[in-house]
Structure formats: structure tokens, C-alpha cells
Design a protein around this ligand. Structure first.
Ligand SMILES: [Zn+2]
Length: 310
């Protein structure tokens, strides 16, 4: 059975091919350029079907007014339900009680485990994070909430040290710079991508939650956004190189736009990318009927459990 590596990038939409406002049009991203056969990750590139990758533009607005938000968007991706419509608007960044109620009982993590599959969230969290959750100074965002509600354990500093998980910034450079964080080996971006490819091979559904892209869209300078994307491109390069011709799929997607338009420091209503990497027949099956965020969950279940319905 094919496996899926879900590379989730927060706050990444498909924007205009304008280097003055869109860092995806300004950054040097050779790995992405190779996958898209000379195209940048911008709106005019989608739809695209190439030798190694497929790019679709997905609607994150779902018929609901206002700018899409992280909690309702991620809950939609995780369940296939139109969560913004159900709860009466886009909501985020952290889940409100109705979203928490949905994710406590249902998500891709729940569904994969219920079918006897294996799943993991490959992010390592620092001790301070667990302390803040336990003391109720912090609540889970949608993805770790869904994972823990399904019965998965979040990975820790020990997992990071043992190479079983990666820090939120991929390389652990940011982790190591935090006062009080336990020591961790620092990887190059390319080695981090290779590590993601190897780790994801052990699970039917492996997920990595990258949120610094949304953070950079809200707060970073254009130069910082370009640096972030260029480092990300090296992660992607390492991932694709290590992936080789594995008969599995990588899905890179997002909950809403933000980083692709630095003229507005908030979320956009732009479509978000669904970038699929892997064998053509798996990409074709996965991409069938994929138009908005509500279609992702059933496509994942179709891929992982082809003989039964989602
Ligand atoms: Zn945001």
C-alpha cells in the first residue's frame, strides 16, 4: 500500500508572479523549479502535471466570507468537513471550542489508526511546550490536537536527539538558539529533508507541521521571507533526492495564503497549492476531484486504503 508524507506549510498561497510583493517569485528555489520544470510556485503555474510533480490550486475560502484562518482551515483539511461553514466563519489561529470538539473525535489521524494504519506527527516539541500545555497556559493548535486526540504521542527533545523527529524549523538551528532548550544536533536543510524522507517511510501517514511560513508572512521582512524560502527549497531538495522512486506520495499543501503577498501582512483569499510528488499514477488518483480543502481528507484515505471506501 502506498504511504503519504504530508508536508503542511502554514500560510502559503499561490500569488502573482511579482518579485516585489511575492517572495516565491523573488527567491532562488532550484528544487521547486526542477519539480515544476521551470515554473515558480505562483498562481499562473497551476494546474501543472510533470514528470515528478503535479501542482493544483485549491480554494481555502469554501464559500465563507473573510480571510481563511488556521484552526478552521486545518480542521477542514484534517476532516474533510467544511468547518468554517459549520461554525459560522473562518477561525484561528488556535481552535475554539466547536473546532476542538470536532477534532477530538475525528481527523485523518483517527481514521488511519482506525483502519489499522500507522501515523505520526514528525515534529519534536520542547519541554517548555509540554509544560505550557499541562499548566493550561497554552492550548494545542489544530494539528497536534488532532494527533493527540487520536492517541498519538507528540515527539519530544529525546526524539529529536535520537533523530526520530525534527524541530519546527527543520534544522534545529532555531531550537538551539532558544535559551533553556535541550541540546539538539543541527542539520543542514538538505539533511533535514533527507531525514524527513527516511522517517516518513515508517508510517502510512507521516505529517510535518511547518508554521514559520505563516509567521514570516505576518512579521518578517521581505529579505527574511526569501531566506526562509531558499532554506526551505534545500529541505525540499534533500527530501526529493532521498525519496528517489519510492512508490509513495508527498503532499505539500497549506491552510490559507499569507506569505505569497507581503503587501498585506495578514492572510489572503488566494488559492493554496497542492503540490504532489511521486509516481504519476498515484498523483493522478490523488488529484482527481481535488478542488478545495474539503477534498483532501478523502483523497488521503483513497490513497492509503485503495481497496475500501473512505
Ligand atoms: Zn496567520
Amino acid at each position: 500500500m502506498p504511504r503519504l508524507f504530508f508536508l503542511f506549510l502554514d500560510g502559503v498561497g499561490l500569488g502573482e508572479e511579482d518579485p516585489a510583493r511575492n517572495p516565491f517569485a523573488a527567491a532562488v528555489m532550484p528544487s521547486l523549479l526542477a519539480l515544476l520544470e521551470g515554473r515558480q510556485l505562483v498562481l499562473s503555474a497551476a494546474p501543472f502535471e510533470g514528470r515528478r510533480a503535479t501542482l493544483l490550486a485549491l480554494d481555502p475560502c469554501l464559500g465563507v466570507e473573510g480571510a481563511p484562518q488556521s484552526a478552521s482551515g486545518q480542521a477542514t483539511i484534517l476532516t474533510g468537513r467544511n468547518v468554517p461553514a459549520e461554525i459560522g466563519g473562518h477561525y484561528g489561529p488556535k481552535p475554539n471550542p466547536p473546532i476542538r470538539e470536532i477534532l477530538r473525535h475525528d481527523s485523518l489521524f483517527h481514521r488511519v489508526l482506525a483502519r489499522g494504519g500507522t501515523a505520526a506527527l514528525l515534529n519534536a516539541y520542547p519541554p517548555r511546550y509540554f509544560q505550557a500545555i499541562d499548566s493550561r497556559h497554552r492550548i494545542y493548535s489544530a494539528i497536534p490536537l488532532a494527533a493527540t486526540a487520536a492517541g498519538l504521542s507528540l515527539m519530544t527533545a529525546e526524539d529529536l536527539q535520537a533523530g526520530r523527529a525534527l524541530s519546527a524549523d527543520f534544522t534545529a538551528e532555531g531550537w538551539a538558539a532558544q535559551p533553556g532548550f535541550p541540546p539538539a544536533p543541527i542539520l543542514t536543510p538538505s539533511a533535514a529533508g533527507q531525514s524527513l524522507a527516511r522517517l516518513s517511510a515508517a508510517y502510512d501517514l507521516a505529517w510535518f507541521d511547518y508554521w514559520l511560513s505563516d509567521y514570516a508572512g505576518h512579521r518578517g521582512t521581505p529579505e527574511a521571507a526569501i531566506d526562509l524560502l531558499q532554506a526551505f527549497d534545500s529541505v525540499l531538495g534533500g527530501l526529493v533526492e532521498e525519496w528517489g522512486d519510492r512508490e509513495d506520495l508527498v503532499l505539500l499543501t497549506s491552510d490559507h495564503g499569507n506569505l505569497e503577498d507581503l503587501t498585506a501582512r495578514g492572510h489572503t483569499r488566494n488559492p493554496v497549492p497542492a503540490l504532489l510528488i511521486g509516481p504519476a499514477r498515484l498523483r493522478e488518483t490523488f488529484a482527481a476531484g481535488l478542488r478545495d480543502l474539503t477534498h483532501i481528507a478523502s483523497a488521503v484515505m483513497r490513497l492509503l486504503f485503495p481497496s475500501t471506501s473512505a
